[in-house]
Design a protein around this ligand. Structure first.
Ligand SMILES: [Zn+2]
Length: 981
């Protein structure tokens, strides 16, 4: 029926003094809704029934059970099958694919509206696109567009796989929106277009359904935990909104830019009974205040309407801060739309059970005058009722007030464009000369975020200084200036604000080791530049003379250099051990030298093809440079995971996969069961494993009790088989045997890399000496960006780096390097005086100590170590006393990267008590037997944001067998004491 015909019919009915006949209800489905709802207070008139339809199948007709049936969860294939059956049956529904997951499962977008809106979907997309970029829109055109447009309201389910209510609910919601004829639903259908993505994390959802089935079939056994959600990360799939490393983030972003929805509503499940997002602050400071207000308007509408209907425990504010830009829904918030979420009371799968509600959520508070009950019988149907009722209320509100939300959307877009000349800055620039590949990668990430990127056509001078030709310019007079601003600006998080919910700093320039400038001078907007109409690409080449004695690639820490080494694994390559000048060209220490000698005749062409694609420039040289070199290795790398938590190592796998660094993925059980790890691997990377990382728990793993707990494909669990790793039994960690095997591995020449949480493993279990973790008392550095200095530029780990590097650090560990005192294990601190600081006395902290009543006798060596400075230099007298106990100098821990001094430490995010971290070791290389253990206090591979630190890891790989290069020559006296290996 067309709109006109419908109106005509209504008119005739009204003329006849009749109301439209009440729509028939599906009695059976309705009865089950009521049966599965534990108490009527968890129900509203909006969803306590299901309308009947002769033509359109409800979920039960396709699935065989109504949505919210106890003990029933639905696989993605069946959810999609339902959505497609629905679309086939009614012109009010259309289904689109918006891309695939890493494992090839589809992501869907289901559009629901009245048939006329669906028919004109393309037109409505054009209208919101126009409002999203009003640069060429006159005020009159804007008014007309706002009047004509329909807001898109996008509901998304289950980015978090254990939160299983939303994908079920969204099927019923789609049906109800398409079929129900109440004026309330008609208003939504007529005035807006609802978009539904039933599953964001499709891979994880199917595995979750598997595990639920396993649990139901094996009630007496321990069920596997969902150790893999998607291919890479678990819960942090909702922390990829900045780095966009995951397919789901990119798919969502692209779909957003296709439709420009006014609201993106992400459905989560955790706290009772329905938390609707606003957050407790501090709020993200780069957002237009209009959106903050919209969060509140929508939240309070839902709270009021749900409370009026007698539903307890619907509240806002007291959960999550609203600060970080890394959540998926920044696809909306960062792009002038409204990003919001619910937390409804979830449960274990689709179980119905008596539940004790956590005490923290049941107290009455100013933001929660009607708190959740403290004990409740809960069902998945209750969860579905609450989600569906509240989101319908929000959808109805937006539909009825569509002009307000469309006008706000337009205004936010317009104000983003005005930002360059109003609040500023005018632009950011990204220097492209030092690390062109990484600069292009950042430019392309911003493009993926919908941000326009320009490039300077010539050298340009502005108030902030000279900018080189080719520098990328991110203008702030464009629709998505705010997203770019929040990613490139620095963050200040006041430590006395509430404890942050997540990372507090994420500034991408420093984290990617790129020079960015926040340009306030509006002159930049008039500079000669051109807009990139496709992704930035750096074309590599072989340059220079026609010579062919060698090809030299300067090491600038562009990450594709590592790709090159592994891609040309058969090619002989050398690392220069010093900086050098050759044929009038300067090269940094670590530069790659590919000699013709010892390489096949076609090396030039192989190299040319590779560098071209990887954006690298190899300089042909007439002669081999005169510089000390060692071979660049192509190590056999293992990436080690536990069976308790794979999330944080997932970011390492992403980094390795994106850069095509090959590795073998092994579990802690492989370490336990492989006596000779050295035979198989050269480097084992043990990334952080779960938060906290209690070393004993990491080593012990899951308790070994009862039956084996498999994580593998079976009839009940087909989707576990596509996980990155599988096993017959997840129980038990690497155990003491694993530690022994790791120790042997390093002693026999292997290199072990540990980072953040896993640094505690070699330290606690004595695989390294001279390093301890100190407990910080004042330090507050939660997910923050701090400055560090290269402490030993001669270490191969530092190759390609300048003197400074910003790194991601999250509160711990604070490493103390020292052979005496707390960290040493020699118990000799009293022999050498206090570990840190000068004696209490006259003057300042840096003044020399002056005993009284005698002439001052200046100390031969500094009286005082600066905080963080190691005690690895042992005075000769002491060395004599400890002869036989001290490691020889070549086995001493070597600090490669050190956190900056306190006044320079803060880059972005929260930092207090920085003195405890200042000048402490960030990266330490500890020789162990013939091998090494390299410890990172920072996390070098985090959420696709820390590309600037990646090469610290890659250098360790490529030079794993030459990490000792560049150590100061040991003193002759010390040499005598070298212990036999
Ligand atoms: Zn969640």
């Amino acid at each position: 029926m067309t709109r006109r015909a419908a109106c005509g019919l209504l008119f005739i009915l009204l003329l006849a003094g009749m109301a439209p006949a009440q729509q028939k209800i599906d009695e059976n489905y309705t009865r089950k809704i009521r049966e599965y709802t534990t108490e009527m207070m968890f129900q509203t008139e909006l969803v306590d029934h299901l309308p009947a339809s002769d033509r359109v199948p409800n979920p039960e007709k396709v699935l065989g059970y109504p949505v919210g049936t106890p003990d029933k969860l639905t696989y993605s294939a069946d959810i999609y099958r339902y959505m497609r059956e629905l679309a086939r049956a009614t012109p009010r529904v259309k289904v689109f694919s918006i891309g695939q997951s890493e494992e090839g499962r589809e992501m869907l977008l289901v559009a629901v509206s009245d048939e006329e809106n669906i028919r004109q979907l393309e037109r409505y997309k054009q209208l919101t696109a126009r409002l999203a970029d009003p640069r060429t829109l006159s005020v009159t055109d804007a008014d007309r567009t706002i009047a004509d447009a329909k807001p898109f309201y996008w509901a998304t389910g289950s980015i978090h796989s254990p939160e299983t209510g939303a994908p079920e609910m969204l099927m019923e919601l789609a049906y109800r929106l398409a079929v129900e004829d109440t004026p309330f639903i008609q208003a939504i259908r007529k005035n807006s277009i609802v978009l539904i993505t039933p599953l964001i994390e499709v891979d994880g959802h199917d595995r979750q359904v598997d595990i639920y089935r396993y649990r139901k079939a094996n009630p007496s056994k321990a069920a596997p935990s969902l150790v893999y959600w998607g291919k890479y990360v678990a819960h942090d799939n909702n922390r990829d909104g900045i780095g966009m490393s995951l397919a789901l983030s990119r798919n969502m972003m692209r779909a957003f830019l296709d439709y420009h929805p006014q609201v993106l509503h992400d459905l989560h499940e955790s706290v009772p009974f329905l938390y609707t997002s606003t957050g407790m602050g501090p709020y993200n400071a780069w957002l237009d205040p209009i959106v903050i207000d919209e969060w509140h308007i929508l939240a309070y509408h839902e709270i009021q309407e749900m409370t009026r209907r007698g539903v307890p425990g619907v509240w806002t504010h007291g959960f999550y801060d609203g600060w970080a830009a890394n959540y998926m829904f920044y696809i909306a918030n960062g792009h002038n739309s409204i990003g919001r979420f619910y937390e409804t009371f979830g449960g274990r799968g689709a179980d119905t059970a008596e539940r004790t509600v956590p005490a923290g959520s049941t107290s009455r508070a100013w933001y929660r005058p009607n708190p959740p009950l403290s004990r409740v019988k809960w069902s998945i149907r209750n969860n579905i009722n609450l989600q569906q009722s509240a989101i319908l209320l929000a959808m109805n509100f937006v539909a009825n007030d569509k002009e307000r939300f469309l006008r706000n959307f337009y205004l936010k877009s317009k104000r983003s464009i005005e930002k360059a000349v109003k609040e500023g800055p005018a632009a950011y620039t990204i220097a492209a000369d030092e690390r062109p590949v990484e600069a292009a990668a950042l430019a392309n990430l911003l493009r993926l975020q919908g941000v326009e990127i320009h490039q300077l056509d010539k050298e340009t001078e502005i108030k902030e200084g000279k900018l080189a030709e080719g520098a990328y310019v991110v203008r702030m007079d464009q629709p998505y200036s705010r997203m770019a601003d929040m990613l490139l600006d620095t963050q200040y998080y006041n430590p006395s604000d509430p404890r942050p919910y997540d990372d507090t700093g994420w500034t991408l320039g420093p984290l990617r080791n790129l020079k960015t400038v926040r340009v306030t001078d509006p002159a930049i907007l008039k500079a000669a530049m051109h807009k990139l109409d496709k992704d930035a690409a750096v074309e590599g080449k072989i340059a220079g003379s026609a010579g062919s004695a060698a090809y030299i690639i300067n090491h600038n820490a562009d990450n594709t250099l590592a790709t090159l080494r592994f891609r040309l694994s058969k090619t002989r390559m050398l690392a220069a051990e010093e900086a050098f000048t050759h044929e009038e060209r300067k090269y940094a220490a670590g530069s790659f030298i590919i000699p013709s000698e010892g390489n096949p005749a076609d090396t030039r062409s192989t190299l040319e093809a590779a560098v071209k694609e990887l954006g690298l420039t190899a300089w042909a040289a007439n002669a081999m440079p005169q510089v000390a070199t060692h071979p660049l290795a192509v190590p056999r790398v293992a990436l080690l995971h536990t069976w308790t938590s794979t999330q944080d190592e997932g970011w390492y796998r992403i980094a390795f996969d994106q850069l095509k660094i090959p590795y073998t993925y092994i579990s802690e059980h492989v370490v336990r069961d492989t006596a000779n790890l050295r035979e198989k691997f050269d480097v084992i990377v043990f990334p952080p494993t779960g938060r906290g990382g209690d070393p004993a728990r990491v080593i012990n793993g899951l308790p070994v009790r009862g039956d084996p707990v498999p994580f593998k494909a079976s009839e009940l669990t087909p989707n576990l088989g596509t996980a990155p790793d599988t096993t017959d039994d997840t129980r038990g960690g690497m155990g003491l045997q694993g530690l022994i095997n790791l120790k042997k591995f390093t002693e026999q020449g292997g290199t072990l890399i540990v980072a953040a949480g896993t640094t505690s493993i070699p330290i606690t279990f004595g695989l390294v000496e001279g390093i301890s973790i100190t407990e910080a008392r004042q330090l507050q550095a939660r997910g923050t960006v701090v400055s560090a200095n290269i402490a030993d530029a001669k270490s191969p780990i530092a190759y390609g780096y300048g003197p400074k590097l910003a790194v991601y650090f999250n509160q711990s560990p604070v490493l103390r390097v020292g052979l005496t005192g707390a960290g040493g294990g020699f118990g000799a601190s009293s022999m050498f005086g206090a570990a840190e600081g000068r004696p209490s006395g006259r003057g300042s902290a840096t003044d020399p100590d002056i005993p009284q009543g005698r002439a001052w006798n200046p100390p031969e060596r500094p009286q005082r170590r600066s905080p963080g400075e190691e005690e690895t230099t042992i005075p000769d007298e002491a060395r004599e006393a400890l002869r036989g106990y001290l490691p020889p100098p070549e086995a001493m821990p070597r600090v490669v990267l050190r956190f900056a001094e306190e006044k320079e430490l803060a880059v972005s995010g929260m930092l207090a008590g920085g003195s405890e971290l200042a000048q402490k070791a960030a990266v330490v290389d500890v020789p162990v037997g013939k091998g090494h253990i390299v410890l990172f206090a920072n996390n070098p591979m985090w959420r696709g944001e820390t590309q600037g630190s990646y090469f610290l890891v890659f250098n360790t790989l490529l030079n794993y067998d030459h990490l000792g290069v560049g150590r100061p020559a040991p003193k002759p006296a010390a040499k005598k004491e070298a212990r036999p290996e």
